[in-house]
Each structure stands twice: as structure tokens, then as C-alpha cells.
Write a protein that binds this ligand. Structure first.
Ligand code: PHB
Length: 389
């Protein structure tokens, strides 16, 4: 009897050891612009994903994580992203598709996630409707309506009565414009004019003159983070809009830590709403910023790196729940309702929409220790994407 028990235990132990050994690597295909005009996005997201693995170990539920990065530069060409995602599924046999910085790339790959039943983790692309395009999508970044409504409310409550809106002419810009108008008009505000500018290399000069002529209290702007924002702030100074008493209000994309230093002092005092700031005061963010800065001393952590970090957190925690099973239906069921404390604050996955529910902060650009930072001074807690309501 004793011998049988010992033998059984030995057989079980051997089986467990063999199955752990035989556990397939967890292949994650990252579709990111690594070169071209949006290369900074890909870099930041890849940093975030890698930092998570560095801090938490690169084996989840017994499966070693293998990252395969495909450069979908310029990031705005859906057909490029789709071809690369197809390669990841068919040739590399990835378990999970992740990354997706710009809206066109997420829209183009969504039908493939459905067809292949692969979880698709959106780490930046922020047009509200993206998560409705496949039941296999989960998003760990934000949506434009979610980060826009709070600044519209703040503006209306803080003496800003007339606003001119300037947005990039594609999904997230349309979402930002729509939500800003909806919230601001409902709060009694007035829109003096609106323009949509090209996504890449917009020349703001003609638009800025138009803005100035309508004499608004403020301009609300959304452009994809990066060069466009630097160009807007430069034109705003050069054309004397600040001197004319016009304020800038924005989503935090304009003032992302990656470009804040390039904008320089003209950014001082600008108010925005957003879900992540390097200056967010929490023990989790302090530790995150320290680890990030140690790993990537040339870069400042921003919302994209947070999207990548939290996306990898979600994958790891889901796999723990499913015992290492990354199949689409099981993965998505386990992801719904998941809650954790991110460097950005408390977050959860809305089981109804698979979008992230999070705190959106109101921030003011301030010099902290000689460095420009988005210092948070107000917040809206557990804020869901209003674009779905
Ligand atoms: C998007 O394309 O969805 C996007 C890109 C950059 C941002 C925000 C949204 O800063």
C-alpha cells in the first residue's frame, strides 16, 4: 500500500515535471511602428512590455514569454499592419496579438483576430469603436472620449466660455471633437469654430489665424502625440495667440513626456486631462518610474509605455487564471472584470466593452525640480468610455 502510494506520487511528480518542461513558449506578436514618424510609439510600448517582464519574470503560468516584434511603419497604413499580423498568426503561430499604436492599424487587424480567435491587446490605439470590431479585443490604453470629457467639464467650470476645436482628421480626432462639443455645450459653453487637420505633418499657420479671428477663450486640441503637437505649440507662440489671451486646453497627448522638453517653457501652465503622468504620486508609479529610468536612462516614461506595461500585466494575470491557456475565448472571459493597481492608478477591464475603466486626471504643466511635468490636481474616478454610452 505504502509502496503504491509512493509510486503514484513519483509518477505524478514526473508527469508534472514533464508537462512543465513541455509547456510551449507563450508567443506574443507585437505589431508596432518601430521606424518612421511614429517610431517613438513603438519604442515606448516595447519598453513597457519588456520592463514588466524584467520586474515580474518572463515565465507566466509555466510558459516562457517570447516576443516577436513586427514594424508596421508608418503605423497609419492598415494594409501593412494586417499583412504583418497575418504573418504572425500563420507563420509564427503566435498565441496573442498585441501592440497597435494607431487607430488604422487596430481597425485593419480586428477582423483577423476574430477569424483566428486570437486575443488582441490594444496598447495605444484609442478610437472608441475599436473594441466593437472584434470580441477578441481588450484595450489597456484609453479612449479619446474618456480622456476628453473631463477637460471639457473642467473648462466649463473654470471660466472658459468660448472654445475653438482643432483635431487630427481621423478616428481619434473625430471622437475628441465630438465628445468635447457634447460635454462643453451641455455645460453651457459655446464653440466658436472647429477644424480638422491632416494626421501627418499638419501646417497649423492658416488654422491658427482662423482661431485667433474668432476670439475664443481657449483652443481645445487633439493631435496624435509627437511632432504635430510641437508644431502646434510653436505656431501658437509665433502667431501671438497666447499674447491675445487665448489659452490652450488639450488631452494629455499634446504634453506627453516624450515631447514635453521639446515644447519647452511655452507648455508651462497648460491644462490637460489624461490617464497617465510621470509625476503621478503613488508608490506604484514611483517604483515604476525608477525602474523605467534605470532600464532606459535616455527616455522618460509616458502613457504609451504605461499602455504596454499594463497590457503585459493583463496577459500575465489572465494566463495565471487560465492555467496557461491563451485560447481566444478562455482568455477574453478571464480578462473581463480584471482589476489591478497600475502605475497610473486603479484600473479594471469593463466586462461589457473590454475597455479600460480608470481615473482621468486634470493636470497642469509645472516645473518640478527643473523638469517640466504634468502635475495632477483634480480627478474623475473609475471613468468608463463615454463613447459607448
Ligand atoms: C490613435 O491613432 O488611436 C492615437 C494615436 C496617438 C495618440 C492617441 C491616439 O496620441
Amino acid at each position: 500500500m505504502k509502496l503504491t502510494k509512493t509510486l503514484t506520487a513519483a509518477v505524478f511528480a514526473l508527469g508534472a515535471a514533464l508537462s512543465a518542461q513541455a509547456a510551449e513558449p507563450l508567443k506574443i506578436g507585437l505589431v508596432l511602428p518601430m521606424t518612421g514618424p511614429f517610431a517613438a510609439y513603438g519604442k515606448q510600448i516595447e519598453h513597457g512590455v519588456k520592463l514588466y517582464l524584467e520586474r515580474n519574470g518572463d515565465t507566466v503560468a509555466g510558459r516562457k514569454v517570447e516576443l516577436i516584434v513586427k514594424d508596421d511603419a508608418p503605423g497609419t497604413a492598415g494594409d501593412v499592419s494586417k499583412r504583418l499580423a497575418q504573418e504572425l498568426v500563420v507563420k509564427d503561430n503566435v498565441d496573442i496579438l498585441a501592440g497597435f499604436c494607431l487607430t488604422p492599424s487596430a481597425f485593419a487587424v480586428a477582423p483577423l483576430a476574430t477569424e483566428a480567435k486570437k486575443p488582441m491587446i490594444i496598447m495605444n490605439a484609442a478610437t472608441s469603436a475599436i473594441t466593437t470590431k472584434s470580441n477578441y479585443i481588450v484595450r489597456t490604453s484609453m479612449t479619446l472620449p474618456q480622456i476628453t470629457a473631463p477637460i471639457a467639464t473642467w473648462a466649463a467650470k473654470n471660466g472658459i466660455k468660448k472654445v475653438f476645436t482643432v483635431v487630427a482628421d481621423y478616428g481619434p480626432g473625430h471622437d475628441a471633437e465630438g465628445q468635447f462639443k457634447k460635454t462643453f455645450l451641455a455645460a453651457g459653453g459655446e464653440i466658436t469654430g472647429e477644424v480638422r487637420v491632416p494626421v501627418r505633418n499638419p501646417d497649423f499657420a492658416p488654422y491658427l489665424q482662423k482661431v485667433k479671428d474668432t476670439k475664443p477663450d481657449a483652443v481645445f486640441i487633439f493631435v496624435p502625440a509627437g511632432e504635430a503637437g510641437i508644431g502646434f505649440m510653436k505656431g501658437f507662440q509665433e502667431r501671438g495667440l497666447a499674447q491675445a489671451g487665448i489659452k490652450v486646453i488639450a488631452t494629455g497627448d499634446l504634453l506627453d513626456e516624450e515631447v514635453l522638453d521639446a515644447i519647452g517653457d511655452p507648455a508651462l501652465g497648460v491644462i490637460s486631462s489624461f490617464h497617465y503622468s510621470e509625476a503621478h504620486k503613488s508608490p506604484e508609479n514611483l517604483a515604476y518610474v525608477a525602474a523605467y529610468t534605470k532600464a532606459y536612462p535616455k527616455d522618460r516614461p509616458n502613457f504609451m509605455s504605461a499602455g504596454g506595461y499594463d497590457g503585459m500585466h493583463l496577459i500575465a494575470e489572465v494566463l495565471k487564471k487560465t492555467g496557461g491557456d491563451a485560447s481566444g475565448d478562455k482568455f477574453i472571459e478571464a480578462a473581463k472584470g480584471m482589476k489591478w493597481t497600475s502605475p497610473r492608478g486603479p484600473v479594471s477591464i469593463d466586462p461589457a466593452t473590454r475597455d479600460i475603466v480608470q481615473t482621468v486626471y486634470i493636470r497642469k504643466v509645472t516645473k518640478v525640480g527643473g523638469k517640466l511635468q504634468n502635475v495632477e490636481f483634480d480627478q474623475v474616478n473609475e471613468f468608463k468610455d463615454p463613447g459607448k454610452q
